[in-house]
Structures are given as C-alpha cells and as structure tokens.
Write a protein that binds this ligand. Structure first.
Ligand SMILES: *Cc1c(COP(=O)(O)O)cnc(C)c1O
Length: 408
C-alpha cells in the first residue's frame, strides 16, 4: 500500500467521517417554537417536557436540568450534604469534573485506580475507604460501563452514596437498568461533543424526590422547589429553553444512534481480530446497550515493536483517522495540579491532600501513558465502509512500523 502518510505517503482517507453534532427538522421546529413564545429562560414548557421525557426514557422518577455536566456533579455532591471533612472516591483516569465537584463542595478527593475495563476498580475503591468516606463517583468511561454490581455492593456495605457520572453513557443499559439510575443520582453532560448535544448543558436524574427538590434549589439560586420547602444556598446553574428544545430532538435520535454504534463497533472488533497491537475492549455480559463518547482501543506496544502510542496516534491521524490519546491521570494533569495555586486555600499542604495529589494509581498511569487510544463516537454513525478505512489504516501502520520514528 506504500508509504505511511506520516512520512509523506498517500493517506488511507481524505474524506471526513460522519459529522457531530447532528440535527434536523425536529430540532428546528422545537427551536422556532421557543423563539415564538418569548419564554427563553428557565422553568419553561420545553424544559419541563424534556425532563419528563429524559427521566421517562431512563426509568428515573425525576430529572433536573443544569447548565453543564460539571454543574450536575457539583450540585449532586452538595445536595447529598457532603462537605468539609468528608472524602469522596473518584477514579484517577477520567476528566477533572468529578474531582472538581468534590473539591468545590469543600470535601477531599481520594483517587482510586481503574481496572482493565478502564473504569473504577471495585478492589481499589474498597482499599480507599476510610471512616470519612461519604460517596463514590462512578464514571462510565468512553463506551464502558463500570462494574456496577460489585461497586454497588461495596458501597452498600460501607454506607456510601454512589453518584454515576454518565457524561459518556447516554442511553447505556446494564441489564434492564439505564446508566444513571443505579446509584443515588446519575449526572449527564450535554456538552457539544457528548452523545446528546446542546452546546452546553447537563442533567441529574434520581428516584429520590427530596434529593430532586434539593438539586432544583441548588441550581436555581437556592429558591425552594415548592413554597413549603426550606431555602437552599446556591448560584444560578440553570438551562435555557433553547437547550431543552434541542435536547428533546437529540433524545428522539438517541436509541437509533446507540444501536447503530453498537453494530459498527462490533464490526470493528471482528475486523480488527488478528491485527497486531490494537483491540476493542471485551464486552461485558451485563451490558445490553452501550452509550459512547468515544470508542476505546487497548494498545499493546510490544506487538508493534515497542512503538510509542503518541507516534501510533500521529500516524493514524496522518492517514485521515481521528484517533486521540485518552484521558490524562487527573492527579498528574497540569489542569488539576494548578489547583494548588488557586487563591482558595488557607494552607498549602492541606490543599495537596484535598486535591488528592499524593495518589498512586498504576493502571490509570499505564492507560494514560501507553495503554490505549480512543476514536470519536460519531465515527461509528456512518457506513461500514468508514470502519473499513479505520481498519485499513491500523493494518497499514502495523505493517509499516519500521517507517516510523521511535518518538515524535
Ligand atoms: C464532559 C464530562 C463531564 C463534564 O461535562 P461538562 O458538560 O463538560 O461540564 C464530566 N465527566 C466526564 C467523564 C466528562 O467527560
């Protein structure tokens, strides 16, 4: 097939893959409806309809919309009464938002390691529990669902709340339960890249009506959900009617998108069988429907002569495949470590402890440094021929490793 594109050869693909986000007449009609009513702000009919539809689809009693997935996590931690002196266990291999939500509530982050499934390891959670632990934030990472049966059982035995971070898991199901409905609350993001997109936005789903009322209060400046309830203490984390309108359309597309992605990813797994170095992650028998923010591929550098993962990703990008490195380890990332210099601490050592900076999570470090890469979810919303191009590029790189530099 000739030279690798990274060293001047012809790329496997020049055409773009399926676009994201997607919209159509339904979103346009709903947005026009909002424009016409003049009710553009909060607590409008679009938001009420979306909350009912979203909660109904997931099988949750209530959904509360907020302005981001980060805000969803923030108000959930606070609504559970978690604060100073408390500890919350968070995976080390994820985005910074779960850890941020804990710290902004005044509590301390305790990082736990992830397993070969790229999600929180139940054994690592168990080892991280102290008398101060109040909750665990379980993140369903990329396209994976965490080991919910074991994690829920550990949490139950130790009296901990389970908060599910479902920023990557819209529409995913564990047996007959939707991701987000197994813990005390499920936190979703509707940021533009996520698999339900509204530019920005988020939601918390819960079966606990009292918790839902506290969540409402915390996102709406502390105003009580109903007259007879007490005031809360909160800022404005509200969503607009425009976002809710777009989200109603996105929700209607969700199941078909999840089904198509599952079909395409299964096809990728079959086509990659036997190709050295990269594999899809093993399916879990409990998962009956996957969501996805991205599709993770495990990488075994030894199979490609020790090729550095950064070189592999660059080679695939040059071939026209939008591969990416996965998450950084939170406690090692510059984004998170800069928290030490934020003007919010009264004492530096305590800040390092609250930020969990002394953590050591070997598997998270392996995954982040060399153990895998990700492909964006929308790449699996096109044709089977798109997946063929991905496989062709991976095999081309594998067959021509000797053309590549050792490091970039
Ligand atoms: C995107 C994301 C969030 C936060 O969502 P925003 O809407 O961007 O604030 C939280 N957790 C994970 C794992 C995410 O990927």
């Amino acid at each position: 097939m000739g030279d690798l594109a990274l060293v001047g050869g012809e790329p496997v693909r020049r055409r773009p893959f399926a676009p994201w986000p997607v919209h159509g007449d339904r979103e346009r009609a709903l947005l026009s409806e909002v424009l016409a009513t003049g009710h553009w702000g909060y607590d409008g009919p679009m938001e009420a309809a979306f909350c009912a539809e979203f909660a109904g689809t997931l099988g949750a009693a209530r959904a509360v919309c907020v302005d981001s997935g980060t805000a969803a996590l923030e108000i959930t931690v606070r609504a559970l009464g978690i604060g100073w002196g408390d500890e919350v266990i968070v995976p080390a291999f994820t985005w910074t938002a779960p850890a941020w939500a804990v710290v902004q509530a005044g509590a301390s982050v305790v990082f736990a390691d992830v397993g070969p499934d790229w999600c929180l390891s139940p054994a690592s959670v168990l080892a991280a529990i102290t008398p101060r632990t109040r909750a665990v934030v379980v993140v369903h990472t990329y396209r994976q669902l965490a080991e919910m049966d074991q994690l829920l059982s550990v949490a139950r035995r130790h009296g901990l709340h389970v908060i599910e971070d479902c920023a990557h898991a819209h529409g995913a199901r564990w047996g007959d339960r939707a991701a987000g409905t197994m813990g005390v609350a499920g936190c979703f993001s509707f940021q533009n890249g996520k698999s339900m997109a509204a530019g920005e936005g988020g939601a918390v789903v819960t079966d606990d009506p009292a918790l839902a009322d506290r969540l409402y209060s915390l996102k709406n400046c502390g105003r009580p959900a109903r007259d007879q309830l007490p005031h809360g203490f909160g800022g404005n984390r509200r969503i607009t009617e425009f976002q809710a309108a777009v989200l109603r359309g996105q929700l209607e597309r969700l199941e078909a998108q999840c089904a198509l992605r599952d079909e395409r990813v299964a096809y990728l797994g079959r086509m990659l069988a036997g190709a050295p170095g990269l594999t899809t992650l093993p399916a879990k028998p409990q998962v009956t429907r996957y969501g996805a923010f991205a599709v993770p591929l495990a990488y075994d550098a030894a199979a490609l002569g020790g090729l550095d993962v950064d070189v592999l990703v660059a080679a695939l990008v040059a071939e026209g495949i939008p591969a990416r490195r996965p998450h950084e380890v939170v406690y090692r990332s510059a984004l998170w470590r800069s928290g030490l210099d934020a003007p919010m601490w009264s004492d530096r050592d305590r800040a390092a402890e609250r930020l969990g900076l002394a953590a050591s999570c070997p598997h998270a470090e392996h995954l982040s440094a060399r153990g895998g890469m990700i492909l964006p979810h929308q790449l699996f919303l096109g044709s089977a021929a798109d997946v063929d191009d991905v496989v062709t590029a991976i095999r081309k790189v594998g067959d021509n490793v000797d053309q590549l530099p050792r490091v970039l």
